[in-house]
Design a protein. Structure first.
Length: 361
């Protein structure tokens, strides 16, 4: 079984409880996402001035950037109760009907991973969002009867990591859509300063910068690393965490200067040492590092591609030039130029080369 990763998407119950305690409770305390925060503030303020429930809201973006936190803030700003559910939990129209029929007026319903709802539930949600009513079907076959059920006005807040999988009719029914971007290092430092204050930790500016630089642009990961550094400092009797202490702690947890963990480096090492930099198929690469294909594709690959360390081509994955240098290997001459000449033999459009070709090639 693979070791748990400090930067993996999943969380243990204890970790989720600590994360919940560190979540900002209002928009003023929320750090980063300035454009989305400003637009959302305007939507909520206008709804309060009209004395009506807020428009339905959709948040999209990678995991750990604050979609759930913003849903909680929407409920807090509207002074309304919050109901939490998720797309995978709603596999039948009856599941959704049970939730909708129990909502109170003005309540905020948060559906995480909304793109994973079943199609019958999605179609029921269309009418609920637009007309605040659903049709409950009683009976089967020719004797089936549709009973209309009026719903009190409510606000649906949806969150998705894959907005492209949402059907157009559902996406168009949201009054406000906000896409969350990865955080810059200075923004992550502000997140860490706030969290350190809540955890009563003494960290200097260099310590914050060290942790933020290894956090993959994600507040959830930044807070998780901060807690691991706190544990290291407690065991070693260090009262104030500086850059040296933070670096030593994160090195022990195998999170390097770029934020790569054990799995990330194993993928790049396998690409370079076993397959000469690629291209190699995803399933072959996963076997080489002893992980499931889905783990490599969803946990390691997005960050490696975003950092320009790994490329995805029609013929497989390749290690980009920065990956060789980051792991201390000399870049073989001509390796990228050779692949670029014949990579599109399968009929892929040459425009796709922008996904992997180094500048100037």
């Amino acid at each position: 079984m693979a070791e748990p990763s400090l930067v993996a998407a999943g969380e243990e119950p204890e970790e989720r409880a600590i994360e919940a305690a560190l979540r900002p409770k209002n928009l003023d305390d929320f750090v980063g996402q300035h454009r989305v925060r400003k637009q959302l503030s305007l939507v909520l303020q206008a709804s309060r001035m009209r004395g009506r429930t807020a428009d339905h809201v959709l948040f999209s973006g990678p995991p750990g950037l604050g979609k759930t936190t913003l849903a909680m803030i929407v409920a807090a700003e509207m002074n309304a109760p919050l109901r939490l559910s998720s797309g995978p939990a709603i596999q039948h129209a009856g599941d959704l009907a049970a939730i909708l029929s129990s909502l109170s007026e003005g309540e905020v319903l948060f559906l995480d991973e909304i793109h994973r709802m079943s199609r019958p539930a999605e179609e029921m949600l269309y009418m609920a969002m637009e007309d605040f009513r659903v049709d409950i079907v009683v009976g089967k076959g020719a004797g089936a009867t549709a009973i209309p059920l009026e719903l009190p006005p409510f606000t649906l807040v949806g969150a998705t990591t894959r907005a492209g999988l949402l059907p157009g009719p559902l996406r168009d029914r949201f009054g406000f859509t906000g896409h969350l971007e990865f955080y810059s290092v200075p923004e992550l430092e502000l997140v860490l300063r706030r969290s350190a204050g809540l955890l009563d930790l003494k960290v200097n500016s260099a310590g914050f910068a060290e942790i933020a630089g290894r956090s993959r642009g994600t507040p959830r990961i930044a807070n998780r690393l901060l807690r691991r550094v706190r544990d290291w400092a407690l065991v070693h009797g260090i009262e104030q965490i500086d850059s040296r202490a933070a670096s030593a702690a994160l090195d022990m947890y195998e999170v390097d200067k770029k934020g790569l963990d054990r799995l990330d480096r194993a993928v790049l090492e396998a690409l370079i040492t076993k397959f000469g930099g690629g291209p190699v198929g995803l399933s072959t690469l996963a076997i080489a590092v002893g992980e499931e294909t889905e783990t490599v594709e969803t946990v390691a690959e997005p960050f490696l591609v975003r950092e320009g360390l790994l490329g995805r081509t029609p013929r497989g994955r390749i290690a980009m030039a920065p990956a060789w240098t980051h792991l201390g290997y000399a870049i073989p001459s001509g390796v990228f130029a050779q692949e670029q000449l014949d990579i599109f033999d399968s009929g892929e459009e040459a425009a796709g080369a922008g996904e992997w070709a180094p500048e100037g090639q």
